[in-house]
Write a protein of this length. Sequence first.
Length: 174
Amino acid sequence: PFNFVVCVLTTSFWPAATPLDATLPGDMARAEEDFKAFYRTVQQKRSLTFNHGLGTVLLRADYKAGRKELAVTLPQALVLLAFAGAREGESAPLSFEQVRAATGLPVRELRVNLHSLCMGKYRLLARISSGGGSGDDVGNKSGIAVVETDSFDVEYGFSSRLRRIKVPAMRPKE
């Protein structure tokens, strides 16, 4: 149901990045396993490790204002896919913990990706703050405004004149 492209690089050619553990949706996980099986038949002496933190995804999303193509990182895509079954009025917002369980992302990485999707340049998700108000003033010591007690839902009213939107990726503050 999707195109799957793999760039196989030796360790010395990869950008410096720590591997990111994540839970891939069924079709993505099957595509990854199928490629690993294929690669083992072609390269018996080499091992293959996927770095999910460096992946990119092009998603199609239908909003009231029309269909959009969202160019996102793989972690952002996993967060958005947690809401894939949501239809306006049919689903309740997902809590931070529900999104974490669906994506398998570490808390810190999940905070950053939720922040980029609900408080970044393109607000694809709506944040329901536990602290009252809009929640944009809620923060923590690391400067990331998303906290574990927040809930999130699809921003059904999202609109943009652009058909393809590249959602900027944010990195956690050290």
